[in-house]
Design a protein around this ligand. Structure first.
Ligand code: C5P
Length: 234
């Protein structure tokens, strides 16, 4: 089992604030996620500065375009030396396979993960964009397509993890946000599990933001989560 299962999202508008948080973390205890806001503001330089500080970087740009364009973006991400990169599963089979081939042909292939259904979309909104069935149905179908195309795993809710693990096996990686400590506020997340619960449900990597970044001592929060994960899986 990977000893660094916690991914801390650096959802900040600029490098100064992102690096200020990174310096309060410990690269031996977690990985970090660079999303659209920080990457658009600061570009590849922020990825390199985090890597120089010892962190593995999950580049969370959720590529969604024609196969050739997504393949190029995945190749560029791999050249940055990121640990994980992601695409939207709704880009379809040809796009997913092009992404996988682009990553596989790189010198240091990152893990390639697909987003199934954004958790911000409820069933009514899915219908409005032409996706019939419930969010859970769509997650199941898109995860199956992702697995069939040979990607490494999906982003999902920890509440979907058990069913996806059962269907796709241990090697299919599940990355789950929506994690809260027993005593931390849910904030704007609706369906949350604790780190121990998520681990027991089968989550491989836990994206944990505010319970760490807003804690008075982020490293202490990381250590507490690490202890809970070890206990849950021992
Ligand atoms: O602070 P919190 O733990 O809620 O942060 C969760 C992180 O995971 C944020 O960066 C958020 O954008 C991201 N995320 C999410 N739900 C998803 C996908 C990503 O909360 N379905």
């Amino acid at each position: 089992m990977d000893s660094k299962r916690v991914i801390v999202p650096l959802d900040f508008p600029d490098a100064a604030r992102a690096l200020a948080m990174a310096t309060r973390l410990d690269p031996s205890l977690c990985r970090v996620k660079v999303g659209k806001e920080l990457f658009v503001a600061e570009g590849p330089a922020i990825v390199h500065r985090l890597q120089d500080a010892g962190f593995d970087v999950f580049l969370d740009l959720k590529f969604h375009d024609i196969p050739n364009t997504v393949a190029g973006a995945c190749r560029a991400a791999a050249r940055l030396g990121v640990w994980m990169v992601n695409v939207h599963a709704t880009g379809g089979e040809a796009m997913l396979k092009a992404a996988r081939e682009a990553v596989a042909s790189s010198a240091r292939p990152p893990l390639l993960i697909a987003v199934t259904v954004l958790t911000s979309l409820a069933d009514a909104e899915l219908a409005a964009v032409g996706l019939s069935g419930s969010a859970a149905d769509n997650v199941g179908r898109l995860a199956a397509l992702t697995a069939q195309c040979g990607l490494d795993g999906v982003v999902c809710s920890p509440l979907e993890a058990r069913a996806l693990k059962a269907r796709h096996g241990e090697a299919f990686k599940l990355v789950t946000p929506g994690i809260r400590l027993p005593d931390s506020p849910a904030d704007d997340q609706r369906r949350v599990l604790t780190p121990a619960e998520a681990a027991r449900e089968g989550a491989d990597y836990l994206v944990v933001g505010r319970p760490i970044t807003q804690a008075p001592d982020p490293v202490a929060a990381l250590r507490a989560i690490g202890a809970q994960l070890r206990e849950a899986t021992s």
